[in-house]
Design a protein around this ligand. Sequence first.
Ligand SMILES: Nc1ncnc2c1ncn2[C@@H]1O[C@H](COP(=O)(O)OP(=O)(O)OP(=O)(O)O)[C@@H](O)[C@H]1O
Ligand SMILES: [Mg+2]
Length: 391
Amino acid sequence: MKALIISRDNLLHAEVAAQGSARMPAVQLVASRLGLRDAVERVLAEAPELVILDASEVAPEEAELVERLVKHYPRACCMLLTRGPQQELLIRAMRAGMREVLPLPLVHRAFHEAMDRIEVETGVAHMRDGKALAFISCKGGSGATFLATNFGYALAVLAERKVLLIDLHGQFGDATLYVSDQKPAMTLSDICAQIARMDGAFLDSCLVHVTPNFGVLAAADDPHQAGTMKPEHMDAIMRVARQHYDYIVLDVGRQIDAISLRALDSADAIYPVLQLALPDIRDGRRLLDIFRSLGYPGERIRLIVNRYERGGKLRLADLEQALGAEVMHTVPNDYLSATDSVNQGVPLLQLSRSSPVARSLADLVEVVAARRVPESKGLFDRLFGRSESEL
Ligand SMILES: Nc1ncnc2c1ncn2[C@@H]1O[C@H](COP(=O)(O)OP(=O)(O)OP(=O)(O)O)[C@@H](O)[C@H]1O
Ligand SMILES: [Mg+2]
């Protein structure tokens, strides 16, 4: 968003420039004027989309210039920054249509919240209504983290959705390592410790960005700090996440604690991941019993059988009967591709596009993102790099 800033204060100019450039999309200060009079006398040839007016040095007799300024840029959004009570100016500014008034010194969170509102109003961004999808392993090593991370990546790349993955493992969370070699600068527990700063920009700044559309919030890595996390923190994070992402994929890990329970409560769908083996079925049954006792409706629970191989002694029907629930999706066993991807920390789709697991993930994306058949050709085309005629 191209912005004009009207201020004599170099420090404020630098502060707004830094906060603005950290946003996605960035606020670029394309021009500056030293005062209101300067701004109305030297009108920009190309109108800015945003005008940021530092009112701290606007004299009372200059207040009427606000209306002239707004008339020059009728389509621009305006933000007024004020240091003290400037009633006359405020009234005129409001009359002229300036809706965002922020006190100085600048509170960064307030600035970003105002920018969020402006972006929604101008259609630059829309408040999303993200869906939370929780992956939970019925038994250790079933593949929940592998599927959650690679599915998140697939949703972002194939369905072009904005996706956030939150690693909720209480201990030894390693979801970032499955898809990235970046070391997370912030973790879930760091965010909880600074929950008052929570907004879309802060959340985004805490992520490991695997692609511009896919970010991962790393698990709490310090058990002492993890102890200070509260379920209410999870509510705040989920609320902001839903506004800014199309999908929030939760890697719940095995143990259910107060934090992960709060996340599960709010999940739109829960994907228990298990393999077709008796120990998995036993643990799966326990997990489903817990979900039933928590009152989660059956249709919210969608079983995924991972590392599935046809022709084994146990059949899918046996598992469905034992668990009293339908299998929603199966992911084939693909040791080489999965191990390569995990060892390199590169998403499977990027590494082995045509592997059976990549195809299976693409199928799951189609079901979840409700892509229709004509679009799905394009989706496969993107995935396997083939032309329509080859399909
Ligand atoms: N479809 C698959 N085919 C082959 N190997 C797989 C498949 N899915 C997962 N794996 C392998 O299984 C291993 C364990 O997976 P993962 O770490 O995702 O399990 P998890 O359920 O998250 O375990 P935990 O309960 O410890 O968090 C991974 O290293 C991966 O290589
Ligand atoms: Mg895991």
